[in-house]
Design a protein around this ligand. Structure first.
Ligand SMILES: Nc1ncnc2c1ncn2[C@@H]1O[C@H](COP(=O)(O)OP(=O)(O)OP(=O)(O)O)[C@@H](O)[C@H]1O
Ligand SMILES: [Mg+2]
Length: 270
């Protein structure tokens, strides 16, 4: 916590408890600005992610959700502020400490980002080969286990082109879990999926939260997903280039003082 950080703007009135009062947040953002070069996309982001929560980053297209995600997963240095994992400032750490932290963060990319020339098992095994000293037989065991966790144990020898889009996403999740992360990041997990496959993926996220106890950070603007999975959320606004609020999306839909947020969460009359 930064005692001398800038004061929060009055617009960012969180419905949930203020970050300073959250016990031991897993991830903490302290006056973070993100963007590219001189261009600021989001500024003054201050919020916490509780350990074991599914936390959703929501907002309209172009509001900066993926940009913020890049800073959270270690690919884009913030322009200002601090991002803390377990109380340690990520971007102020030495390179080797950052690398160690990044290994504990599992990331599922939008497309699943699988290698088409490798079987599903080989895809899941890749991070284990890159980052561990496990023997080949142990890697095989772990990869098969992770594929079983996402319901694909019968498909280990298949190639990505031989399975459905929803199954490819599941493989992406299995690979993101290969190194037993304590935080899993998902960028638009349901993008490109039919509603049924998207709901199955939501169910998987909730199952994994239960069984692994991992913290999940999910970027999505899929309302059904938001209401199905989110314990907590932050709303990013493109026009003001900052967060408008944080809180449980169901609470925000009913009680948020900001009409834009209520409208966003009431689209389609869910
Ligand atoms: N590599 C980049 N360099 C410069 N500007 C970028 C880059 N990537 C994204 N932007 C800009 O940053 C802004 C936010 O983009 P971002 O992809 O983070 O939004 P988003 O909320 O994820 O949108 P969507 O819901 O459409 O995925 C946009 O104006 C975009 O044009
Ligand atoms: Mg995006």
């Amino acid at each position: 916590m930064s005692p001398d950080g800038p004061t929060k703007p009055p617009s960012a009135a969180p419905l949930s408890e203020p970050i300073s009062e959250q016990a031991d947040p897993h991830i903490l953002l302290d006056a973070v600005s993100v963007g590219y070069g001189e261009t600021v996309i989001q500024r003054d982001l201050s919020f916490g992610v509780r350990r074991g929560d599914v936390f959703v980053i929501m907002g309209g297209s172009g509001s900066g959700k993926s940009t913020l995600m890049r800073s959270l997963i270690g690919l884009l240095a913030p322009q200002a502020g601090r991002i803390l994992f377990d109380g340690e400032s990520f971007w102020d750490a030495l390179q080797h400490e950052r690398t160690r932290r990044m290994r504990r963060n599992g990331v599922m990319y939008q497309s699943g980002a699988l290698w088409s020339s490798m079987t599903l098992e080989e895809n899941v095994a890749l991070p284990l080969e890159q980052y561990t000293n496990l023997r080949r037989s142990q890697i095989h065991e772990v990869a098969v286990y992770k594929l079983a966790l996402v319901g694909l144990s019968a498909y280990c020898d298949y190639y990505p082109s031989e399975i459905s889009g929803g199954m490819r996403k599941r493989v992406g999740v299995a690979r993101a879990m290969a190194l037993d992360p304590d935080i899993l990041f998902f960028d638009e997990p349901s993008a490109g999926l039919d509603p049924l496959s998207a709901r199955l993926l939501d169910d998987l996220i909730l199952e994994l939260r239960e069984s692994l106890g991992a913290t999940m950070v999910v970027v999505t603007h899929d309302l059904a997903s938001i209401f199905a999975i989110a314990d907590d959320s932050v709303f990013l606004d493109a026009a003001t280039q900052t967060m408008l609020t944080t809180g449980n999306p169901r609470d925000l839909r009913e009680h948020c003082e900001i009409k834009l947020v209520r409208d966003f969460l009431s689209r389609g009359g869910e």
